[in-house]
Ligand binder design. Sequence first.
Ligand code: ATP
Ligand code: MG
Length: 303
Amino acid sequence: MADKITAKKIAKFIKPYGVTKGKKFHLKDFDPGDTGGYSSEEKPRAKALLQQGIAMLSDLQERLYAQDQWGVLLIFQAMDAAGKDGAIKHVMSGVNPQGCQIYSFKGPSPEDLDHDFLWRTTRCLPERGRIGIFNRSYYEEVLVVRVHPELLEKQKLPPELVSKNIWEERYEDINNFERYLSRNGYVIRKFFLHLSNKEQKKRFLSRLDEPEKNWKFSSADARERQRWDDYMEAYDGMIRQTATPHAPWHIVPADNKWFSRLVVAAVIVDALQELDLQFPKLDAEKRKDLQAARQMLESGKPR
Ligand code: ATP
Ligand code: MG
């Protein structure tokens, strides 16, 4: 028999992966190979749960859209080949595309570089009633830009504004921005798909070995991999400084895709369930309108 999912069970399941206060956070305390107690024989059970989660998400998203008050922003960050694209594709597969807006952020354009660092992502924020997904985000500004200081030099900042505190200042700006969004009715959930170095190597090699996966590989990926420890340090600092109760990070174990998708789905369902989304209730006048429309339809007479 399929497991029955309750809101309480979901909250309990995701708890170990959530970070709402960064103070004591250390990435090394999280295992990329964690499968939440599911053995690999139990994979079919986990997959059945994911299907239930996807169905719940579909129902919640319909209410979110109809109510048209709250907006949801989901941010995905990860090292290459951690499975961001696949997680987004699977978890959102039941969602009405009209209610969902997805943006992928690559290196900045000259137009982007002519603006402040939050500009390009701000333009892509979801409308109320929608789920917005950022596949990479403004967090790259304290990750890749920190690992490669030459990128910061291209940002045309007045030199007197670039001090050794720049990363701390960016964390602060991001925290203020997310607080602002949450005060405006935007629910934020941030995912770090936590892949091990070993598993990344395995996935890269399979991209090289299998012709239909070749297109996914770029030599830049192998170059970035050489900076693995620097990236981990940047992620560690970023999560410590930007995990808050209104915009928590979730450290999603990513070595097993079937498990990471389950965690992502559960976090989103949990966030939407907390909102107590309801279809709008009609007032007396609107109900009278509907009654009149029914009479017109049933009488079947053209005007
Ligand atoms: P995939 O590899 O799965 O197709 P991806 O998200 O890695 O997806 P790529 O085109 O490979 O997409 O990489 C995008 C690159 O753009 C990443 O290396 C990322 O670090 C970089 N990037 C994103 N935002 C910025 C930014 N603000 N400044 C500089 N580089 C950025
Ligand atoms: Mg890439």
